[in-house]
Write a protein that binds this ligand. Structure first.
Ligand SMILES: CC(=O)SCCNC(=O)CCNC(=O)[C@H](O)C(C)(C)COP(=O)(O)OP(=O)(O)OC[C@H]1O[C@@H](n2cnc3c(N)ncnc32)[C@H](O)[C@@H]1OP(=O)(O)O
Length: 220
């Protein structure tokens, strides 16, 4: 039997690399779920391997086995934004409930709305009036200021600064340490390179970086 007996909610972490460790750490700190292990459907041959003190389950087929063992909760824990959204949809279709994980040291204003499956890492600050979609990552020490909107599957990397009323589209990636001035919109599927300063709107599916950030190419 897994730790915690039959009454504790069992959860699988989908992903088995660095970000999965960060997410598992948050889940453990919150103490609401017992993590049964990590699911890796990308790398072959990891079945039974120990990762961060727990077993790795290889491939999507292992999900049925885990559900049969009473696992009803999951969290998607890898960085690739489009893939994270697809896996979340798959998990919902399999009847699993997606869990939201907010680190105890994160500062989240009372009225902030956070979608299911979203992860808010250590030291992040989210100010009033913010809407965060599903399966978003607000990573370590990022700050999201008043009235921002962050759509499903976006990744706000460590140390990012979003000023007031910034809008981040679905699946967009804001690279580590970037700053976005107020009222700017980052288009869906766009990628902002590390350390950029974004001073104007970025269209959908664009790669932009630099100070100030310039659009470098279209993401196909
Ligand atoms: C917890 C975690 O680890 S979360 C993960 C955090 N990681 C990130 O945020 C990664 C962000 N990634 C980047 O910034 C990458 O450099 C990318 C995606 C912008 C690279 O884009 P590419 O188009 O592949 O750029 P490439 O590496 O070919 O470099 C092209 C040129 O742009 C420059 N360049 C690359 N990234 C940046 C950047 N962020 N800012 C300024 N210049 C850059 C390169 O130095 C190079 O210049 P050169 O032609 O004068 O030599």
């Amino acid at each position: 039997m897994w730790p915690g007996g039959n009454n504790v909610k069992k959860l699988v972490v989908w992903g088995a690399s660095g970000h999965a460790m960060v997410v598992a750490d948050i889940v453990r700190l919150r103490g609401e779920y017992d993590i049964v292990g990590f699911l890796d459907d990308v790398t072959e041959g990891r079945n039974g391997e120990e990762f961060f003190g727990l077993p790795v389950f290889s491939g999507r087929d292992s999900l049925a086995m885990l559900c049969g063992q009473g696992v009803r909760h999951a969290i998607v824990a890898f960085g690739n934004c489009p893939a994270r959204l697809k896996v979340a949809e798959y998990l919902r279709a399999q009847g699993l409930e997606l869990v939201t994980a907010v680190h105890p040291s994160a500062v989240v204003a009372r009225d902030v709305v956070i979608g299911e499956g979203t992860v808010v890492a250590a030291g992040a600050v989210i100010n009033p009036g913010v809407h965060v979609g599903a399966n978003v990552i607000i990573n370590t020490s990022a700050s999201v200021d008043h009235e921002c909107t962050i759509e499903d599957g976006a990744h706000i990397c460590p140390g990012v600064r979003l000023a007031g009323r910034v809008a981040v589209g679905e699946g967009a990636w804001i690279g580590i340490g970037s700053s976005i001035i107020d009222r700017v919109r980052i288009g869906a599927g766009s990628f902002i390179g590390a350390g950029s300063v974004v001073v104007g709107d970025i269209p959908d599916n664009a790669l932009a970086y630099g100070v100030p950030a310039k659009i470098r190419k279209r993401i196909e």
